[in-house]
Design a protein around this ligand. Structure first.
Ligand SMILES: Nc1ncnc2c1ncn2[C@@H]1O[C@H](COP(=O)(O)OP(=O)(O)OP(=O)(O)O)[C@@H](O)[C@H]1O
Length: 383
């Protein structure tokens, strides 16, 4: 059992408030992801759980027991750092054995050998056991650092960007493995990342951290489909969501959206629940959020398509991103690789508005979206 709670935790470094009244309730056996931009406070949260840093205010609890006065060595956590922290003079085997040889968790050598063999096989690194860290690639060092944490069965694994130095292919396969390993071990895990795909694929739940505060907590789908504000909508998606400023206008039973750029008028697809909500909210100035995959383009003029020019066309691996521009508004869209596209050439853009999210133009807070009830039903199933 390991439920980890933080209640109103504040941590300062001189004048910098790294954590500003953070509260989290991480469930037993949960794979919990902390996701946010650089400097948000993610590592500091891990350090407060580990006992490496002590909050000035607030409480850290393990299974209901206050841990603030328990030192790091006695909290029974296992941490994996981005910078590996391997002992350079020890072989991989001895590095992995080190937690099991420490006075606190001491095990006999036969047990240690068996455990290391099991983890090394699982992590496909048994051929590395006799090497020194200096004889390993960065990716291999990272696997060893993770293996060293996995030989123990602590109350909680604390992982700080453990896949950051792996190449894309290895990162993908490690992601899948990690999730399986955690499911098998059933150990509560808190995992820091600033990689959107990693957060989505690993987290049972994700906490969005920004400027020392928790902005939103939920399943990946919940946050992706109903981000609580524009900042979260931008963070949750790669390529980033399009935010399009304009004015809502009610006309009888229906609504139009007049886009600021080009003053193009869109008649919003009918969704009575959405329209009722818009009636209640009474907002005029809104930003519409459109994911890049819900924009379509053509190089020929079409009725209802928005005439723009190509701003850029760049490959992002197995697909590309086209950015179209109109009066300073840039629209990101997904396209295949290998198109013949010239910068500044005409491009015509269509928006699948029945996927739109609506944000208040002033506060930037989420207002509503199409199919909100269906999204809520989906996320309730997951929760
Ligand atoms: N030991 C320290 N001394 C002074 N300031 C610190 C210290 N540790 C963290 N900070 C500051 O606290 C804030 C939060 O840092 P933290 O490392 O927790 O962020 P993070 O979200 O993990 O960022 P990153 O993704 O870049 O690792 C930052 O402003 C950082 O500069």
């Amino acid at each position: 059992m390991s439920r980890i709670q933080l209640e109103n935790v504040t941590k300062k470094f001189g004048k910098v408030t790294a954590l500003d009244g953070i509260s989290l309730d991480i469930r037993d056996k949960e794979f919990f992801v902390l996701f946010g931009p650089a400097g948000a406070g993610k590592t500091t949260i891990l350090n407060c759980i580990a006992g490496i840093q002590i909050p000035e205010e607030g409480v850290v609890k393990f299974d209901g027991e206050v841990m603030n006065l328990t030192d790091a060595a006695h909290r029974d956590t296992a941490m994996v750092f981005e910078n590996y922290a391997l002992y350079p003079q020890m072989t991989v085997y001895d590095n992995m054995a080190s937690p099991l040889r420490s006075p606190l968790y001491k095990k006999d050598e036969a047990y240690i050998k068996e455990k290391i063999q099991e983890v090394a096989e699982m992590m496909k690194m048994d051929y590395l056991l006799q090497r020194l860290p200096s004889q390993l690639s960065n990716g291999q060092k990272q696997r060893v650092a993770m293996g060293r944490a996995l030989v123990r069965s602590p109350r909680v694994y604390l992982m700080d960007e453990p896949l950051a130095h792996l190449d894309a292919k290895l990162r993908n396969s490690m992601r899948t493995e990690l999730k399986e390993i955690q499911a098998n071990f059933g150990t509560t895990s808190v995992y820091v990342t600033h990689d959107f795909m990693e957060a989505m694929s690993l987290g049972d739940r994700i906490a969005i951290v920004n400027e020392g505060k928790i902005v939103q907590i939920g399943t990946g789908d919940e946050i992706y489909y109903m981000p609580c504000n524009e900042f979260v909508s931008q963070l949750m998606g790669d390529p980033e969501i399009n935010l399009i400023a304009g004015t809502l206008k009610k006309e009888g039973d229906s609504y139009s959206f007049i886009m600021d750029a080009g003053e193009k008028v869109y008649h919003l697809p009918t969704d009575y629940e959405l329209f009722e909500k818009l009636d209640d909210l009474g907002c005029e100035k809104v930003d519409i959020g459109m994911r890049p995959q819900n924009l379509n383009y053509s190089f020929e003029a079409h009725e209802g398509y928005l005439k723009c020019t190509v701003y850029s066309y760049e490959s992002i691996g197995n697909k590309s991103v086209i950015v179209a521009e109109l009066n300073g508004l840039q629209l990101r869209m997904i396209a295949p690789n290998g198109l013949t596209v010239k910068i500044d050439q005409d491009i015509y853009v269509d928006m699948e508005l029945n996927y739109a999210m609506f944000f208040d133009a002033e506060s930037k807070e989420y207002l509503t979206r199409y199919n909100e009830a269906a999204v809520l039903a989906l996320t309730e199933q997951e929760g």
